[in-house]
Design a protein around this ligand. Structure first.
Ligand code: NAP
Length: 289
């Protein structure tokens, strides 16, 4: 079993540095087996979202899996997200309520704005900034007054979007979840997060699967007696970022958890960073006004 590590978020919430990504896992049996395997292997964070359409399945099978391993609700950290279609001041409260109901939870550990734009509006529409501000204000109210959300944060915001929010917010985001891997190193966003005590959580750390056999990292992996995915995950951890690799494969789930018992030298960290191809594998928020 791999061990886990934790980070203290800026509001005192403790979050695991390793979690299971669940994007595209929608089959009930696969999801159940995957969650069981992850919990068995020490994962204590599950990352979902309204748009993944699996909140309900997670809510249905998690209690049984937790009790199988002698765990309780407070032993796991659940992240979910406000979908782009709910980016509207009138829809935030119902969206949070729906996620709580679907996940069968009394509180959500971390609730993120999934995307800096409202579905259906053109990316260049200047109204996005107003919508972002309004939705964050509602989330602040829920966070401050209801106990339903233990921490609130953002996903896919650029440094421009983040700075704009920081200029007016009452509650600083606790987490920024964004794409990060050696081909998309996010120097600028990571610096703004660090300067503002916002934890950076890396998604698609394996390039959504595209980097797992990339020979640029083969020699380094060999040197440490690790696999390329383990090196990629460790590289993110050593930059201070938590990771949420997605896998439905038992061996991969297990291997991805074994990243806290070795470290990469500064030279190897730099070599990985220098090899960057500046390639993005997921949706790109840079065009959103
Ligand atoms: N906020 C957002 O907008 C956003 C966007 C994208 C992702 N995310 C979150 O981040 C999570 C992870 O990102 P991702 O799903 O894009 O991709 P990822 O974790 O970078 O890569 C997943 C792919 O790598 C394979 N894989 C995983 N571990 C492996 C291993 N040890 N050896 C070989 N192959 C391995 C998986 O296949 P197998 O299943 O066969 O192992 C899968 O095809 C998502 O599931 C989601 O929770 C968030």
């Amino acid at each position: 079993m791999g061990c886990n590590d934790f980070v203290n978020l800026n509001n005192g919430t403790v979050m695991p540095m390793l979690g299971l990504g669940t994007f595209k896992i929608k089959d009930e049996m696969v999801l159940e087996q995957t969650l069981d395997c992850a919990i068995k292997n020490g994962y204590r964070l599950i990352d979902t979202a309204t748009v993944y359409k699996n909140e309900q399945l997670i809510g249905r099978c998690l209690p049984t899996i937790l009790s199988k391993y002698g765990l309780e609700r407070q032993d796991v950290f659940i992240t979910t997200k406000l979908g782009p279609k709910d980016m509207d001041r009138e829809r935030v409260v119902p969206a949070v309520e729906a996620s709580l109901k679907n996940l069968n939870l009394e509180y959500i550990d971390l609730y993120l704005i999934h995307w800096p734009a409202k579905q259906g509006m053109k990316p260049e529409d200047l109204q996005h900034a107003i919508v972002r501000k309004q939705c964050w204000e509602i989330l602040e109210d829920i966070y401050l007054n209801s106990g339903q959300l233990k921490a609130i944060g953002l996903s896919n915001y650029t440094s421009k979007h983040l700075k704009e929010l920081l200029a007016s917010c009452r509650v600083k985001p606790a987490v920024m979840q964004s794409e990060l891997h050696p081909d998309y190193i996010q120097e600028d966003l990571l610096n703004v997060c660090t300067a503002n005590s916002i934890h950076f959580q890396s998604y698609s750390s394996l390039g959504a699967g595209a980097l797992i056999e990339d020979e640029r990292f083969g020699k380094i992996a060999e040197k440490y007696g690790r696999s390329i995915p383990q090196v990629l995950l460790r590289w993110a951890i050593e930059r201070g970022c938590s990771v949420i690799p997605k896998s439905v494969n038992e061996d991969h789930i297990m291997a991805n958890s074994c990243i806290f018992d070795f470290s990469l030298s500064n030279e190897d960290m730099d070599a990985i960073q220098r090899s960057t191809a500046n390639t993005k594998f997921c949706w790109d928020p840079n065009k959103v006004a």
